[in-house]
Structure formats: C-alpha cells, structure tokens
Design a protein around this ligand. Sequence first.
Ligand code: PAF
Length: 274
Amino acid sequence: MQIHSAIADLRTALKNRGRIVFVPTMGNLHAGHISLMEQARAHGDTVVASIFVNRLQFGPNEDFDKYPRTFQADCDKLAAAGVDVLFAPTESDLYPEPQEYFIEPPGIQNVLDGEFRPGHFRGVATVVTKLFNCVQPAAAVFGKKDYQQLMVIRNMTRQLALPIDIIGGETVRAADGLALSSRNGYLSEAERAEAPRLYRLLNDIRDAIRNGQADTVQLENAAIAQLDAAGWKTDYVAVRQQSDLAMPKGVDVPLVVLAASRLGTTRLIDNIEV
Ligand code: PAF
C-alpha cells in the first residue's frame, strides 16, 4: 500500500489508476471501516482510503484533542484489507492556510445531530469536498451509521454536480447489537455493557411502527424515558422520513429512527431504517 501525505504526490500516484473508489475516515479503524473498504473494492479498480482527523467538524467542547490516533495499527489494517493507496495528510497539507471558504449545507445541517453539534456538517461538507478534489474519485463510500452525514454528502454531491457516485455502507455491529464506532473505546466496562440498549430501543420503535403504531412522538418520548431511567442523557430519538429527514406526515412512507445519547461522557449515535 502506498502512503502519501502531500496532495501533489497523491495526484501523481493516482494517474492512470482506472476507476478510483474512495473511503474517507478519521482513523482508529474497526471492522465497520474495513467493511467499507471491501465494498469499495467491488466498485472500482483502485481503492483509496484517507485518514485525517478534521478539526473543522469538532465543536470547541468536543473530543478533537483526545480523538484516538492509531496510525500504525490503521495502516496495517488497511494494507491487510487490500487498500491500494492511503492519503494521510497532515493539518498543514490540507489546511496550509486558515480555511476561510466553506461548503454551507442548507437547513438539514441544523436539525438532529446538527442541532447539538453546530457547525459540524459544514466542517464535514468542507473537508469532504476538499478530499474529493485531492483524490478525484469516481465513487466514494460512507457508512450508514452516520445517516445524516451520508444524506448531506449525497445531496451536496448531486447539487454541485460532482461526478462521484455516493455509496452507503451498512452498519457493522457487535454481537450484542452495538454499532461499531471509534468512540466505543471511551466506554467503561459498565457503560459498554449498557450501550446496546440504544439499538434495542430503536428496534422496539421499528417493530411498533410495523405493528401499526402511528403516534411516532409517543414512541420517541417512551424511548427517551427508558434511556433516562437507565442513566443516559439523550439529545434526540427521532422518527423521520428517509427521503429528507423531515418529520413524517404518516407512517406509510420509508422511515428511519435516529438517536443520539450520552453514556457518561461518551456520545453514541445509531439509526435503523423502517
Ligand atoms: O465519518 C467520518 O469519519 C468523517 O466525518 C469524514 C467523512 C471522514 C470527514 O472527516
């Protein structure tokens, strides 16, 4: 696997490499990321991954400084997964001067996760556009675990006419249902044992809707109450339309149930399609 940090070197290395499929990450890779690499392989000739912890998408009180950086272990995993090229820019490679031009997503950036992480999706959209410009892929793979992020990137790519197919990768879960996430490593043993409750509640809501329960607000409130009772601090549990993440007008359209809640200091997000 080739590793490049300078944009010019990356561009040279990617000449005449056929159809390039790109998987951007922030590192601290787990089986969920590796499954995205495997999906990428099926969509093109050259798989390019990136590792870059993007300061722009972290709020002032978030975990940018303590975000786990495990570069050597990540390289070993990517090489074993057959990734061809790793783009691992330093901050000065990607932001050689203060970033003053941004990609500003519309209202979707202010709801759900965006309400609790102001500026997050602007930071994501900006770095992803910049990474797209460095790698110039024909396709890119993003995990469905970050459902709102996937939607922001899909809509941005379409509206800006970027010639890139956006592919959604399925969430990989531990045997007890917990969605794999780099932030799971922050959980204490007791919190790790409690964490699968979030996915169980999402399943309960999905089953209730399938069984004809149409009062989605009541379902959301009941789930929040159960999380509260078990010691969680919940940002949202929300039943939304898959198409635009708006509040559903009925339950006969494709829906998704999304949640973000905090166990101790660790914020977990998850979702399930109905
Ligand atoms: O999902 C992530 O890991 C990040 O938000 C991304 C897409 C790599 C942008 O920094």
